[in-house]
Design a protein around this ligand. Structure first.
Ligand code: MN
Length: 200
């Protein structure tokens, strides 16, 4: 049965030349999970790197942002899970509030989970993050290629810390983090300063 049959009753009751309701026809996507990188001009300028895992965005604060160069190991400090809708968020968080400052969506897109065990067999991505070693390929407008997130310090007596590194064999192409003050939103083309001007 194709998708049209499911909508036979729906279509039978409507005249689409007279109603603005949707005809339907969009296929459910076999969707890859999403990622987003936001630039956050807070107390300290940083990048927020978020990967969709199930119904949340797993999040890390990355002071220097992701690099396209496999030789750069970028510190990534975990922060709380964010809702999926946060992918869209761009604007000014009022001073004095948590994370007070300006946010732009620097890049976003989908990613392919690539985590595998020592024998090269694919493993559940969420479980690989819990174990502190996850690999994935980003398909963004700016970030492209294979990256790894690796926990190197557990949160026992201090801050949990990870490294975000581009894989050496992860192909070429894509860009790394820019000067955050010159960077433009992937959503609206705006700089941080323009967002402050318009939304602040
Ligand atoms: Mn942040």
């Amino acid at each position: 049965m194709d998708g049209t049959d499911h909508l036979r009753d729906y279509h039978g009751k409507r005249h689409f030349d007279r109603t603005a309701e949707p005809r339907g026809g969009r296929k459910a996507e076999v969707a890859l999970p999403r990622f987003v990188v936001q630039i956050h001009d807070a107390r300290r300028m940083h990048f927020d790197f978020r990967l969709q895992v199930g119904d949340v965005l797993k999040s890390w604060s990355v002071p220097k942002g992701p690099s396209a160069d496999p030789r750069d190991k970028r510190l990534a400090v975990p922060t709380e899970d964010h809702p999926l809708e946060y992918e869209e968020f761009e604007g000014v968080i009022p001073r004095g509030e948590y994370g007070g400052g300006t946010v732009i969506v620097w890049d976003r897109g989908t990613y392919e989970p690539l985590s595998h065990d020592r024998r090269g067999r694919p493993v559940d991505f969420a479980a690989s993050l819990e174990r502190g070693q996850a690999t994935f390929r980003l398909h963004g407008a700016k970030l492209r290629g294979e990256y790894a997130l690796t926990r190197f310090r557990s949160g026992g007596d201090g801050e949990e810390a990870w490294l975000l590194v581009r894989a050496a064999k992860g192909g070429s192409g894509g860009r790394g983090a820019p000067d955050p003050r010159r960077a433009r939103s992937a959503r609206t083309g705006r700089t941080l300063a323009q967002v402050v001007e318009e939304d602040g």
